[in-house]
Design a protein around this ligand. Structure first.
Ligand code: AMP
Ligand code: ZN
Ligand code: FE
Ligand code: FE
Length: 293
């Protein structure tokens, strides 16, 4: 049983349609895939149809842009009812922040002498509902300014880069609560992928989030070293949190994150689904649950 609980389609910054993503999962021998686009559920319906077609299990999720102790943190929200108004409203706010950032980023790039405008980005951003730096990166590549997304982040768009512009993100503890209110379950995405989060999300920080309702930690992720993984696994065990592993696949948009390169143990998926059922019952929301093949 191969379970990959964190992937992106072109409804955010992956490069495959939700259907193509699910089909690729099938071809790679993945039994259950989590489709977790940034800040949107736009890909869910198409992923659901494709999962039914190809006999792949589907966990519908969202990777929500949050902030904790002043730093950006990604939160995986699994199986929430996306029509729960407070959650829908907060996601809309985040997506508005993404849209508002685009002209500011382009204006920085023009100040650097690069001739780029919104149309250049729209040409490459396709079906996205979550406009982001990867789309600006693709536009820069299409204009021949950089070779690929990696170079665009290294030279212009990374947090220290000259075209970096920050945007709105949800308060992490508030978002954990909103997802619970929507009958969903939260897992901290790649908590130690960046150095600063190593400090903010230490054991005390994660314990505080567990008290706020966090259910799990994504331990097996390409951006975690073997030592990170061992440390996080020990913390999760001590705090009674479930442990996931995933590829964080972005299609052709990110190298080294191939489908199934990290996986989640079946008993941890069972825990996640059971927690979602419990949360949905407690919240009085419909339980979307795992779509089984
Ligand atoms: P944004 O959501 O617009 O702030 O952009 C962040 C996204 O860019 C994340 O989802 C990453 O997957 C992606 N990203 C960050 N660094 C890189 C990189 N070096 N190459 C490709 N994608 C990246
Ligand atoms: Zn991404
Ligand atoms: Fe992430
Ligand atoms: Fe991701």
């Amino acid at each position: 049983m191969r379970i990959d609980l964190h992937t992106h389609s072109d409804r955010s910054d992956g490069t495959q349609s939700p259907a193509a993503l699910v089909q690729a999962a099938r071809e790679q021998g993945i039994d259950v895939i989590g489709v977790t686009d940034h800040d949107t559920t736009e890909g869910w319906d198409e992923a659901e149809r494709a999962a039914g077609c190809h006999g792949v299990g589907l966990v519908r999720g969202i990777e929500v842009s949050c902030r904790f102790a002043g730093y950006g943190v990604h939160l995986l929200a699994y199986l929430p009812d996306p029509t729960y108004p407070p959650l829908a409203e907060e996601l809309r706010r985040i997506l508005d922040g993404r849209r508002a950032r685009l002209p500011a980023t382009l204006s920085r790039l023009r100040d650097l002498g690069i001739d780029i405008d919104v149309e250049d980005v729209r040409r490459v951003s396709g079906e996205t509902a979550a406009m982001g730096r990867p789309h600006v990166a693709d536009a820069l590549a299409s204009l021949g300014v950089v070779a690929d997304r990696g170079e665009a982040f290294d030279v212009f768009l990374g947090p220290q880069g000259p075209a970096y512009v920050s945007r709105y993100a949800a308060d992490l503890e508030t978002m954990i609560d909103l997802v619970a209110g929507a009958g969903g379950v939260t897992v901290l995405a790649h908590p130690w992928a960046s150095r600063h989060n190593h400090t903010a999300l230490d054991e005390a920080g994660i314990a505080r989030l567990a008290r706020a309702g966090l259910a799990g930690v994504e331990v097996d992720h390409e951006d975690h070293s073997p030592a990170d993984r061992a440390g996080l696994r020990a913390i999760a065990l001590r705090l009674g949190l479930l442990v996931t592993g995933s590829s964080d696949h972005h299609g052709a948009g990110k190298s080294g994150h191939e489908l199934g390169c990290n996986t989640t143990a079946p008993d941890q998926l069972d825990r996640l689904v059971a927690a979602a059922e419990k949360a949905a019952a407690a919240a009085g929301r419909p339980a979307p649950g795992l779509l089984r093949p």
